[in-house]
Design a protein around this ligand. Sequence first.
Ligand code: CUA
Length: 429
Amino acid sequence: MKHSFRGLIALVFSLIALVFSAGCDTNTRMSTFDTKGPIAEAQLDLFMVTIWVSLFIFVLVGAVYIVAMFKFRERKNDDRPLPVQGHGNPLIEIALIGASILLLVIVAVPTLRAIWYTHDFPVTEESKLGAWYQGEGLSVAEEDKPLTIRVEGYQWWWGFAYPQLGITTANELIIPAGKAIRLELRSKDVIHSFWLPRIAGKVDLIPGRSNGMWIQAGDSIEDWQAKSGATGSDEELRAAYARYLQEEIHNYYYGQCAEYCGDSHARMLFRASVVSDDDFASWVSEIKTGHQAPDGMAWEEWYATNDESPEKLTGDINEGLQLFMSRGKCATCHAVNGNPRAVGVAGPNLTKLASRQSLAAGWLNHRAEDGSVDVEQQYANFFKWIKEPDTVKPGNLMWKANGGGIGELDELLTDDEIHKISLYLQTLK
Ligand code: CUA
């Protein structure tokens, strides 16, 4: 009997350990314990203070409880008198109140400090756009301001606009390493919440108002120098700082909507690529330029041919684009920079879609281990998403708008048509 009881206890504890170890995912793209920015770091520090204080209270109270339980429990034929009772002992009561206040203060001081720190945007010379952005399209009025990104929440995807640079993208945020960036958070429908666990979080996106936060991937040069204790000439320091950003910060991070927002809330993910200043500038320039018509045609020429004798536009890519513009109705909701007639705003902007490493707000992944795009997987994801958007992301608008495979039976896109649209989309890189 005793034996089987011990076995049961061991089983229960193993099961509990198993449940807890499920939280130990070695994929750290979303870990708040492996921080890559000052905001996430401040939040982690605060978390650790709270954990230690709570653990201290837990152990202390638990120990007193266990001692009391064993020492004073009733035994057989117990004729011991009641132990002396402590009610109303002023010394004990004041000490307990004092200890509670002290512990609360230990938690409150760093909490307030962290709240202020994450609230106040750090104005530094390094973070001003004019100090690091060498690309095109920046007005003089904006040079003294930090980079601002307008984050827009939709059911269930993310829009990222860079108003100072005149570009918009979706679901994959591209940011320069080591720069403080201002985020303006808005929602187009219900409440969402921006959370990029290793870098910063969480602030709600609320309909009808604009919330703000700032994020930064990696330390600023001053903070990095203070932490690493690096010394040397200005040039050497800059080179070492660039190396630190390159080796430790440039990466691909996962984000997630952190506020329940309807059917596909759990599939409202996003990604963030942290890149060098140069890569950021060339990305902006590519987004601005957008895409050419297939076969190196000018857009006017392509549309003239398409309007007059569409049968002359042959090949899967041309046919895919024709479907994209007409029967597939894609351009009603989606914009593709460069293409003068694809200017929809109800859905994600698709400029450079094929360079993104995921689809459907991060839910369908086609990023290869080495960080490149897995082209076969990408094709499969495009096909799946167009054919059955409702199973990929239940309740989404593309499905409701009769986009892709869903709709009246006689309007369904055939597999061959979906194949051609997918091939066309793969040229948007
Ligand atoms: Cu958006 Cu949850």
